[in-house]
Structures are given as structure tokens and as C-alpha cells.
Design a protein around this ligand. Sequence first.
Ligand SMILES: *Cc1c(COP(=O)(O)O)cnc(C)c1O
Length: 404
Amino acid sequence: MSTSERLIAASEARSAHNYHPLPVVVASAEGAWITDADGRHYLDMLAGYSALNFGHRNQRLIDAAKAQLDRVTLTSRAFYHDRFGDFCEQLAELCGMEMVLPMNTGAEAVETAVKTARKWGYRVKGVPDGRAKIIVADNNFHGRTTTIVSFSTDPEARADFGPYTPGFVVVPYGDSAALEAALDEHGDDVVAVLIEPIQGEAGVLMPPTGYLPGLRELTRARNVLLIADEIQSGLGRTGANFACEHEGVHPDMYVLGKALGGGVVPVSAVVSSREVLGVYRPGEHGSTFGGNPLACAVALEVIAMLRTGEYQQRAKELGEHLHHELGVLAGGDAVREVRGRGLWAGVDIDPAHGTGRELSEKLMARGVLVKDTHGSTIRIAPPLVVTKEDLDWGLEQLEAVLKA
Ligand SMILES: *Cc1c(COP(=O)(O)O)cnc(C)c1O
């Protein structure tokens, strides 16, 4: 038995099977590369679902974390700490917003967005108590809490977790007319539309051009908050700070996570206006770890790195190259469709060439790590620090697997 096999058996024996990992045991990593417990090397083309946009153990982020570890790591929000104000100010500025509410995981930030929108609805918009509605899209992925799975349309994510939280209306993604009809039907009770500007988990689904600007107009005209869940699409991945920017859309609220923690610590946040986040009074919401000194120190470095524009530029240029190369592959018979933006692609494989899982395992055997989603789609999202040579090598492995 190899070291990896032994470690996998130990993991499977004592952990809940809520994941089905590829049979690789990561022991160390740097940049876009991973080394497993038996010393084999792999190119990481998943990047922790965009949590590792800046690569594994990015030196700037590790240095920032180490410096903070030597000063203070945790205070709770019972006290102020000396990184908190800077973090909130700089994150708000990056987002073109006014206020920040920090949490830890993405799901917590989405929960915070839901609670905030409801409270804004009651306190500012004047919605009668208990009637607030939030419109969401089908095939959404916003996390795994009881409330969030209540408005999932994925049976796997939802089944056996009821009773479900009411107050959500699901409309088809990308369909402006359906959205307008839902706004008409629920009238002044609608407090928010919650949307992923690109649906990552669903297979990197892009909305039709004009959909997001249309949503922006509809929501603004009806005094409804537009909430963009940019947990996966934001912070450089698409070649911009936010996927919404490509469509010239500025939402009322950004929900951020994943890359905000630099692949070092979980950091998430809701970022919005004073009118919206100003609704909170002490005791109404919180988190022991939210906005802790270590999280703020790492996130401040993430924000500083994003200010250089270097990572967005890499995502844009390498992304154009990636999509060009995938376009060539799509000319063959194995690839049905390629979608995405920047260094982010969903590739639909003809099921005759195997499931996404089988393809991922074959790629793993060739030293490339990707993850399937929804049957026959694979998702390609390497760290933004990947070199063009490494990216090309990874694509060669994909081509070889598809041709085999
Ligand atoms: C990953 C993700 C979440 C949930 O984040 P967690 O940190 O896993 O709770 C929410 N929304 C989107 C779009 C995501 O990609």
C-alpha cells in the first residue's frame, strides 16, 4: 500500500462522505503546483474553486500572515483591533462601496446578505413584517446552510434538509422577462435579487449579454437591492475585480469570500452602502471570528495585490489564450461547448467520451488536477499565477485525454 492509499483509507474510515475527492493526497504546494504524499507532482487547475487565485503559499500573503501571527491573531469583536479599520476602508474602496460586514465563509456571507436585505426591507423600504421576498436564479450555488439550500434547485443539495426557509422566489437564470414577471407578482414585498454574475458550480454558465444591465435597471426602478454573489467570480478570476464590471454593472451589494482569504484563512464579507449596512444595531448580527486580525492582515495584502492590476491582467491575457485553445479543442468531436471568462472555463464533454469524473481521473494520472461538475462538465480555473508554459502543458494533457 502506498502512503497515499493508506492516508485515503484512514480519511474514508472516519469522515462523513459528503465529498467524493479525487484519489490524490496533497502534502505540499507552491504556486500552481501540488506535491502528493508519494512525491508526485500535479498542476492545480482548480485553485480551490478560486480560493487560491494567488496561488499556493503566495510569498506576499505568507509574509503578511507570519508577521500578523507574531503580533495578535484573535480578539473577537468585543474589542477593536488595529487592522480592522484599514481592512474595512480598503475593501469598501476596492468595491466602490461604503461599508463592510466581515464574516468567515462564503455561506455565512450569503446568510448575512439575506439577513441584511430583509432588515433593510423592513427598516428602510417599509415592507410589512414577515413578508420580505428575495428573488434568486435556478441552478444557483450560494452555499450549504439550511436557509441557502432552501432556495437551491439542486436535489442533491436540498433533499432531506427540510423544513425549508420561506421567502424565496426562484426564476430561470438569464431570463429577464421571467424576472420582471416575478417582480410584478410579488410587488413591494421584494427586497432583493440575489444572483451569481457567472454561475460557477452550475458549470461556469454565462448570462446572456445585457441580462445583468437589465437586472440593474429593473431593480433600481423598483427599489429592490441587487446582490451580486462574487464569491467565486470576483477578485481577479475573470480579468477584473468583479465579473459585474464586464457588463458595466454596479450592484447594491457584493458578497465576497474564497480568494479574499488569499488561500490562507477563511475571510468573507458583505460590502454595500451606508443606507443598507447602516441598518444594523449592536447585537443584531455577528461572528466570533469575523474580521479577526489574522484574517484582516491577509485580506489587506490581497487587496493591495489586486490594486496592482497585475493579477487581473494575467487572468485576462492567459484567459484569452485558454479560451482560444479550448475553442480549437471544441472543433473536435469530444468537446460540446466551452464557456467562461478570464482564466475560468466550463468544458462540456460529449458523454460518449466518458463522464467528467472519468476525465478528471485520467487527467490526474497525467499530473493535472481539475474537478468535474454536473456529469459531463469539467471546470478549468488554475491559479492566476500559473505560467503560460504550465497552462499549455495542462491543456496538452487535456487534449491527449480527449483524443485517447
Ligand atoms: C463557494 C461559493 C459559496 C459558498 O462559499 P463557502 O465558503 O463554501 O461557504 C457561495 N457562493 C458561491 C458563488 C460560491 O462559489
